[in-house]
Design a protein. Structure first.
Lengths: 264, 318
């Protein structure tokens, strides 16, 4: 007969009480449901199938210059695929906080020994890692295979990883931005409207106010493409990188501050 | 160790300038089943959410097991099990997963012991045969059972239930009340409701809230006994005028209310001295030769009567 071993009560203290349990729960919501599979198929279709069309397009293949074909693929991957992935991270994250608040599950879990920073940061961490794995890591591996098919060569590893890092930073900013909007607004339309509106503003406003590119994340996709293609970066390229890191941290801090004051 | 589990002092909460809770002073004794009553919008759920740290007080203070509800909210929640009014869970999880997820906020391990606790809880709330089904297919009653299960999987010292039987059919209600009575052996049960029959059946102490104000707090017996004083119901036949005049002359008779719209004569006699009434009232009535007493007895009240008196007397009677 099995001997019952006494349970060990959690005695953790501090601002991350309950974090580990919430992380497990968030991972389960991605990987023990169809959510992960849906994202996998979606990003393979949106990014890699699109790249396949680009790679087999006559105008790209006509020149038979593998370097140009490869550059075209990298450019499309990091700029067009990046745009889709950014919209995807907004849509995927918009209900991370709001959905739980509206369903009442946030009220339920926050009645347990769980701090609000632990609730919020578990979402940031798991949504971020899961999304990046499905919308960046796997499409990148497939890109490396596709580039062999279309150009008979692969992107140079180090420069491409540099470009990919900027792409990841861009996505992380939008993840944090959407998360903070989720703590401020009560409607999904408002959250995604503001986040995607900000994204598209970056395609228009810099034409009138070029200096905005230094202070906001809008320059990152083009910098990522240049870095990925092993082209030289413009002077002061690091400014938008630094400001984006700071904006991302600010978004997380504001989200934590706002969520701490939320009433359920 | 204090005998008071929950203590609030002038606890107040306003939403956009509207006071939902007005200077609440409440004491919940250890190991009681404490019924927290009031009409819709009285402030019951707000009080519960304040205790759990889900909303912040505008002013005043409260302590649960001597832990401040604002500064020590994690310590408070470690000792509480809570059933929300309309429970919602992660639909992709099964009942077993919900309970395991809940238990892991309270226990680090070992895994086998957590699994054993979860199984015991599933048995307690009658969900053992549905334990591994996703809860998206659960009925309202099954969800409520799961709600009670998750609220007590940590064997809390204090169980807070917000309207635990509100959405249940009579059998579901009976089951929930039975579970509550089982749980009182180890816990203090603090529950809000407006189903007064349930309160009278299982509670030992009651507080009544109306428009954010506490209008009564007492044991069920005190509340029932003290609401209208002692009143005797007397039904009789014949000419009752002389008997009535004789009763009026007694110093211990406070009032004689003639119950209207009855075929026979019926009086409700309020008395100020229970002992004098016990010894003399029936004797006086039987001594009258012009009347025949067909029924005599002390009026007993239901909690509903007391509740209505208190709430209507407090200005919510429209």
């Amino acid at each position: 007969m099995a001997v019952s071993v006494p349970l060990e009560p959690v005695t953790d203290r501090g601002w991350l009480v309950g974090f580990g349990n919430m992380v497990d729960k968030e991972y389960a919501s991605w990987w023990r449901t169809r959510r992960g599979l849906v994202h996998l198929l979606l990003w393979l279709t949106v990014i890699n199938a699109f790249l396949f069309l680009v790679g087999t397009d006559e105008s790209v293949a006509r020149g038979h210059n593998p370097y140009e074909t490869l550059a075209e693929l990298i450019q499309v991957f990091l700029r067009v695929g990046g745009l889709f992935a950014t919209i995807g991270v907004v849509v995927s994250t918009q209900s991370a906080v709001l959905g739980e608040r509206q369903l009442g599950t946030a009220e339920w879990v926050l009645s347990k020994p769980l701090t609000r920073p632990a609730f919020l940061l578990s979402k940031l961490l798991v949504n971020g890692l899961s999304f990046l794995f499905l919308a960046v890591v796997i499409p990148t591996v497939v890109l490396y295979l596709q580039s062999l098919l279309h150009a008979w060569m692969q992107p140079p590893l180090v420069p491409f990883l540099g470009g990919l890092s900027l792409h990841v930073l861009h996505l992380t900013f939008y993840l944090a931005f959407t998360l903070v909007l989720g703590t401020l607004f009560r409607g999904r339309g408002a959250i995604s409207g503001v986040a995607i509106g900000f994204l598209f503003a970056g395609l228009i406003l810099p034409n009138f106010f070029p200096s905005l590119m230094e202070w906001l994340p809008w320059a990152l996709p083009s910098l990522a493409a240049l870095a990925g293609m092993e082209r030289s970066l413009p002077d002061g390229w690091y400014l938008p990188v630094i400001t984006t890191v700071l904006w991302t941290l600010l978004c997380v801090l504001v989200a934590l501050w706002r969520f701490e004051r939320e009433e359920f | 160790m204090s005998d008071t589990v929950i203590r609030t002092e002038k606890l107040t909460k306003s939403f956009n300038g509207v006071q939902a809770l007005k200077s609440l002073d409440l004491e919940v004794p250890r190991n009681s089943i404490f019924g927290f009553l009031g009409p819709n919008g009285a402030g019951k759920t707000t009080t519960i959410k304040l205790l759990l740290g889900l909303v912040r007080p505008t002013s005043g203070s409260a302590a649960v097991f001597d832990h401040d509800i604002v500064g020590d909210t994690i310590d408070v929640r470690r000792r509480i099990g809570y059933l929300v009014q309309e429970p919602h869970y992660y639909e992709y999880m099964s009942a077993r997963e919900i309970l395991r997820f809940t238990a892991r906020f309270f226990y680090e391990g070992p895994k086998e012991s957590i699994a054993e606790r979860v199984s015991d809880t599933l048995e307690l709330v009658g969900l053992a045969d549905k334990a591994d089904r996703p809860i998206e297919g659960f009925s309202g009653g099954e969800r409520q059972r799961l709600g009670i299960g998750q609220a007590q999987v940590n064997k809390p010292d204090l169980l807070i239930l917000d309207e635990p039987a509100a959405s249940l059919d009579p059998m579901g209600r009976r089951d929930v009340l039975a579970i509550m009575e089982k749980l009182r052996e180890h816990s203090t049960v603090f529950y809000s409701t407006h189903i007064l029959d349930d309160v009278q059946r299982v509670s030992d102490t009651v507080a009544i809230l109306n428009e954010g104000e506490l209008i009564a707090q007492a044991s069920i017996e005190e509340l029932l006994a003290g609401s209208r004083g002692t009143v005797y119901a007397i039904e009789l036949r014949g000419d009752a005028a002389a008997a009535r005049a004789r009763l009026r002359d007694q110093s211990w008779v406070a009032d004689i209310h003639v119950v209207p719209d009855t075929d026979t004569v019926e009086w409700h006699v309020s008395v100020s001295d229970d002992r004098a009434a016990e010894e003399q009232l029936l004797r006086l009535m039987l001594a009258d030769e012009q009347t025949t007493v067909t029924r005599f007895g002390r009026l007993t009240y239901k909690l509903e009567d007391v509740f209505m008196d208190l709430v209507e007397g407090n200005g919510n009677g429209s």
